[in-house]
Design a protein around this ligand. Sequence first.
Ligand SMILES: Nc1ncnc2c1ncn2[C@@H]1O[C@H](COP(=O)(O)OP(=O)(O)OP(=O)(O)O)[C@@H](O)[C@H]1O
Ligand SMILES: [Mg+2]
Length: 417
Amino acid sequence: MGNCWGASIKAFQSQSSIRPSSTGMSKNNSNEGLQGSSGFSSSKEEVFPEGQILPTPNLRIFSFAELKTATWNFRTDVILGEGGFGKVYKGWIDEKTHGHVKSGSGKMIAVKKLNSESLQGLQEWQSEVNFLGRLSHPNLVKLLGYCWEDKNLLLAYEFMPKGSLENHLFRRSAAFQPLSWNIRLKIALGAARGLAFLHTSEKQVIYRDFKASNILLDLDYNAKISDFGLAKNGPSGEASHVTTRVMGTYGYAAPEYVATGHLYVKSDVYGFGVVLLEMLSGQRALDTNRPAGQVNLVDYAKLYLSERRKLLRLMDPRLEGQYPSNGAMQAAQLTLKCLAPEPKNRPSMKEVVETLEQIQAIKDRPTESRTNPVRPVHHPTSNGHQYHKHNRTPLHPKRNGINGGARAHQLPHPILR
Ligand SMILES: Nc1ncnc2c1ncn2[C@@H]1O[C@H](COP(=O)(O)OP(=O)(O)OP(=O)(O)O)[C@@H](O)[C@H]1O
Ligand SMILES: [Mg+2]
């Protein structure tokens, strides 16, 4: 393990000017990769609304002590969430000096701390620094800096006050009120613009882990994509795909990728389609609490997307019928296209953005699904307090079905025929 760790660091050093810091030293003026150590560049988005790729990561190096203080010693009551990489904490730093501030004052940040047991942590951390440190776009979350001291690997991001789309769609609590149709569209459009930027940038980037938990929201529900741990540069030269070890999240990964390891730009479009389906239906991509045959959302819900009447049964009851029926139908058709089995039949993210803009312009009367005697598909009444750990990485193509069907006999009788 020790050897493996060292080898990875070496490989990373050869492609980046970032170096580990020695414990306790302040790195404010010794970082080759850092541009403008006086602070975070905050006006980039105003100057480059379409986004830009920086020649080198524009990041601040934090000392472990700084991030420890910022997060009140990684106190449990400032934990924002936890993923495969480790826990995410809320923190506070001084806006100008980025140093210590009195508790609860200053600029809020989010600090992701590598779990010491995480095996892929270093690689994901490197990828995050290399990609997110250089990519700048209004729909990508801002990586502010990082800490690398001994085996402590941390990342510091802009704080996203409304948390993840996943929480808003699936958590039941006062903090997460149902999202309206317009807000859902706004989020979908923001996230689509972020992906389109990655796909059309000069060094095409395949994101590889598009899912609701990786879409973060600011106070106005502007969506920003986070987590570039699995991102890859797109195919070079004549090639149409990259072959990689299959990594990603069950329920979101494209079928061709799971089956062959061939990763296309259009594999991200499939993941986008799954998130659109989650937004329309209010149901998780994968949920073993649903009836047998409905565990995988795409497998069963696709059948409901092509007909208006069927779609009514699928739509999220939390929308209370407050959406334009034509808009919903067009969004359903777009979802179907994104979920096309063949990557080449899926639209580009640029086309997805254009279609979503057209749907956003639709202002027809809401449907009357509330009063319609339609029989809805199974919608869980309360999954608010369930903690869904993502079944992420690596995906095994030959795995015998999701969850192996082991729980099927415990599930209620399916409503679908
Ligand atoms: N910049 C941020 N601002 C506010 N909350 C954040 C931020 N980054 C992450 N979070 C919160 O922390 C949670 C965990 O995020 P994390 O990316 O580590 O895991 P995940 O996306 O749930 O799973 P995975 O490890 O598969 O990506 C998120 O769901 C979100 O609620
Ligand atoms: Mg994440």
